[in-house]
Design a protein around this ligand. Structure first.
Ligand code: NAD
Length: 256
C-alpha cells in the first residue's frame, strides 16, 4: 500500500508520543484521520495540531482500547461516516510500572495485558473486516524491543509485547500472499511520555517523528518487521545471534 491520500487511517493512543507523530505524518499525506486516546484532553490537542496542518477529515474518539465493545462501536461509526478503514495502527500502550517479578502482582499483569495485548486484539478484530472488504490495507501493531528480549523489572510490559509479537507473526502467516500487509514494530528508545524515570530519560532519545516516517516508509515497502530507534538494532541483532547469557550481560551493561 503506498498511496494514503483520502484513505482512512486509524490510530490508537494518538494523544501523545508515537501515536500523535503518526497522526501528523499521515495527515500530511492527505489521509482521513480516525484517532483514539483514553486521555480526552491529549486527544483534543492532537486534533488541534491536525487542524493547524489544514487537515479537514478528522474523527476523534476517547475510550480505553481494552474495551472490545468500545472498539467495535468506534469501527462502526467510522464505517458509517466515511466507509472502510485502510490502515489500523494499534499503538496505545502503557509501561505498567517498574518492579521485579516477585513484587509484581497478578493484577498488574492482567492490566498491562488488557491494554497492551488485548487492545491490539480488539483493534484487529474490529478493523480487519474493513481492510478485507477493501482488498487492500495495512495492520501495524506496536510491540517493543522488549518483545524481542525479556527485560529486568519490566516483566509485565515485556510479556505483553512478546504477546503482541506472537499474535502479529501469526497474522503475517495467515495474510501471506494477501493484499493486506501486516507489520510488527519494535521501537527502541523513543522520546515520548511513556516513562519519566532518570534511566528512561537517558535512553528514550529518538524523535517520534523519525519513527513515524520510518513506519510509513515500511508500509510502502511492505517491510514486515520494523526495528527502529535508540538501541533497537543492537538488541535485535543480539536477540538473533547471541546466547541468552551474553544478551543478559549486554542488557545489564547498557541499562544499569
Ligand atoms: P506515550 O505515553 O507518549 O503515548 C501513549 C498514548 O497511549 C498516551 O496518549 C496514552 O494516553 C494512550 N493510552 C494508554 N493507554 C490507553 C488505553 N488503554 N486506551 C487508549 N489510549 C491509551 O507513549 P509512546 O511511547 O508514544 O507509546 C506508544 C506505543 O509505543 C506503546 O505501545 C509503547 O509500548 C510503544 N513503545 C514505546 C517505546 C518508547 O521508547 N517510547 C519503545 C517501545 C515501544
Amino acid at each position: 500500500m503506498d498511496i494514503f491520500s483520502d484513505k482512512i487511517v486509524v490510530i490508537t493512543g494518538a494523544g501523545s508520543g508515537i501515536g500523535r507523530a503518526l497522526a501528523l505524518e499521515f495527515g500530511k499525506l492527505g489521509a482521513r484521520m480516525a484517532i483514539n486516546d483514553r486521555d480526552k484532553g491529549a486527544l483534543e490537542e492532537t486534533v488541534s495540531l491536525l487542524e493547524g496542518q489544514g487537515i479537514e477529515h478528522i474523527y476523534a474518539s476517547s475510550f480505553d482500547v481494552a474495551s472490545n465493545k468500545d472498539m467495535h462501536s468506534f469501527a462502526q461509526t467510522i464505517k458509517q461516516r466515511w466507509g472502510n478503514a485502510y490502515v489500523i495502527i494499534n499503538n496505545a500502550g502503557i509501561e505498567g510500572g517498574e518492579s521485579p517479578v516477585y513484587q509484581t502482582t497478578e493484577k498488574t499483569y492482567r492490566h498491562v495485558m488488557d491494554v497492551n495485548f488485548f487492545g491490539v486484539v480488539n483493534g484487529c478484530e474490529a478493523f480487519l473486516p474493513q481492510l478485507v472488504a477493501n482488498n487492500e490495507g495495512a495492520v501495524v501493531n506496536i510491540s517493543s524491543i522488549f518483545g524481542l528480549v525479556g527485560m529486568m523489572n519490566y516483566s509485565a510490559y515485556s510479556a505483553s509485547k512478546f504477546a503482541v509479537r506472537g499474535y502479529t507473526e501469526s497474522l503475517m502467516v495467515e495474510f501471506h500472499n494477501s493484499p493486506i500487509s501486516i507489520h510488527c514494530v519494535h521501537p527502541g528508545g523513543i522520546k515520548t511520555n511513556i516513562s519519566t524515570t532518570e534511566l528512561s530519560k537517558k535512553h528514550l532519545i529518538t524523535p517520534p517523528e523519525d519513527l513515524a516516517r520510518y513506519i510509513i516508509e515500511s508500509i510502502k515497502k511492505d517491510r514486515p518487521r520494523i526495528v527502529y530507534g535508540n538501541g533497537s538494532f543492537k538488541v535485535w541483532l543480539g536477540s538473533r545471534i547471541m546466547s541468552q547469557k551474553m544478551m543478559k550481560a549486554l542488557l545489564w551493561k547498557q541499562l544499569s
